[in-house]
Design a protein around this ligand. Structure first.
Ligand SMILES: Cc1cc2nc3c(=O)[nH]c(=O)nc-3n(C[C@H](O)[C@H](O)[C@H](O)COP(=O)(O)OP(=O)(O)OC[C@H]3O[C@@H](n4cnc5c(N)ncnc54)[C@H](O)[C@@H]3O)c2cc1C
Length: 412
């Protein structure tokens, strides 16, 4: 699929009904739905395309339900994707099925793995056919504009210099390092994480070569995201361990990998320099209040999600749907969203956020951290053994990962 690039001159000041900052899953989905239902919207994305290695690759059943409601599911499934019907994990030489999506009795009982840039390009291609949709790539919001305490737009840096973009509502969908939330006085509640993830690529020996998605052994944990030609790998470790591993050198790191998956002994030789390995710190936080007059945050900008369970995209998309359900009728009736309206969006989405983050924090602190600090641990944690002994229980993680805590529908 071709990469989406769009250049547009906004050197002059512009006005849009709604200005969404960030072309990630939350921003693109919200922009697409709003434009599809007749609201003029602009999405600002600071990069020139959607191509980035370190993004989640998972499209969940809940997201595919939304694509189905939009009439786009069949087209989406034409994009090459790897369908995961069960989430299996290896502990040493034991394999255990943790989630069985087939038990969900839904139209798409699987997680579709496709690089996130495919998904975002897909949304962009669909949305750009709509007259109300505007996507400004290479446009980085640098500040919010305020008048009498109300947010009335953003200041942005474009290839052609600075631009002022005025709007009735600004939506911060600019991810976990959100500039939009930093420029407001919204309080962040940091839940902390004891983990870091080291990301790197390994070319596969051949494209048909398969390995389990999640692998662990003796206090080590490795994720392999299959991108046909190569694996995007995530080595999960205790926060701060990157410098320690780096000081021991890349050959030692190769051994760390092969101690989990000995069969990768030739493949890991591709790692010749620690520069190939990027440390992405895991963050779990959320805003206490997601909105102020003229502005609301959604997705990671409102609540940075840990990578545990791979549910951040799911939540971002669900936030976008909940926001569209509130905002579209208001804009279509010529109303400007009030703080009461924005509060409705937060109320709808805070509960799933708290529950999901609660489960992530529990897993990272009570299961992953003890596992990663005990080099002799090779055993399946006892609560996971339950899933092995009672297969019907596998519907619970399947529901949590696949559909999330409160599943949204487009109600427009
Ligand atoms: C390494 C890694 C792996 C992950 N793996 C998974 C996974 O497998 N499954 C899963 O569900 N979740 C995963 N997550 C979490 C998931 O990526 C996020 O929860 C999800 O992407 C949040 O979507 P979002 O749209 O809110 O934010 P983002 O995806 O972060 O998108 C924000 C967008 O805003 C743009 N932007 C930022 N600042 C500005 C600005 N000032 N002006 C204009 N544009 C701006 C960014 O370029 C970006 O495109 C992973 C996260 C990381 C870090």
């Amino acid at each position: 699929m071709k990469m989406f690039k769009q250049e547009q001159d906004i050197s002059k000041n512009k006005f849009y009904s709604c200005c969404i900052v960030g072309g990630g899953p939350a921003g693109m989905m919200l922009g697409y739905i709003m434009a599809k239902y007749g609201v003029e919207v602009v999405v600002l994305e600071k990069h020139e395309d959607f191509f980035r290695d370190f993004r989640g690759d998972t499209i969940h059943p809940s997201t595919m339900n939304i694509l189905d409601e939009l009439g786009d599911l069949d087209d989406f499934l034409k994009i090459p994707n790897d369908k995961m019907t069960a989430f299996t994990m290896t502990f040493g030489n034991k394999q255990i099925a943790l989630a069985d999506f087939k038990k969900l009795h839904i139209k798409t009982p699987f997680i579709a793995f496709t690089p996130q840039w495919n998904f975002l390009n897909f949304l962009a291609e669909k949305a750009k056919k709509l007259p109300n949709f505007n996507l400004l790539m290479n446009t980085e919001a640098t500040d919010i504009l305020q008048e009498n305490g109300k947010v009335v737009g953003v200041k942005a840096l474009t290839k052609n210099g600075e631009a002022l973009i005025n709007s009735n509502l600004v939506v911060g969908a600019d991810g976990r390092h959100s500039i939009i939330r930093n420029r407001t006085n919204l309080n962040v509640h940091n839940l902390g994480s004891p983990l870091d993830v080291l990301w790197f690529r390994l070319n596969k020996p051949d494209t048909t070569y398969k390995k389990a998605f999640a692998n662990s052994s003796k206090g080590k944990f490795l994720i392999l995201i299959d991108r046909t030609e190569y694996w995007q790998c995530g080595f999960i470790t205790i926060k701060g361990n990157y410098e320690n591993l780096k000081s021991k050198g890349v050959v030692n790191f190769q051994h760390e990998i092969t101690s989990i998956l000995p069969k990768l002994k030739d493949v890991v030789k591709q790692l010749t320099d620690f520069e190939q390995i990027k440390n992405l710190s895991v963050t779990v936080d959320r805003l206490e209040k997601w909105y102020t007059e003229g502005l609301i945050c959604i997705g990671d900008s409102a609540h940075a999600m840990s990578q545990i369970g791979g549910v951040g995209i799911n939540l971002a998309i669900q936030d976008a749907v909940a926001a569209a359900n509130v905002l579209v009728p208001l804009f279509k009736n010529g109303n400007i969203p009030t703080t009461n309206d924005l509060e409705k969006i937060q109320k709808r989405r805070m509960f799933p956020t708290k529950v999901t983050q609660g489960v992530q924090v529990l897993i990272q602190n009570k299961s992953l951290k003890p596992f990663l600090t005990d080099k002799n641990k090779d055993d399946v944690p006892s609560f996971l053994k339950l899933l092995k002994w009672f297969p019907p229980l596998r519907i619970l993680p399947a529901r949590f990962i696949g559909l999330g805590v409160r599943t949204e529908k487009i109600e427009l």
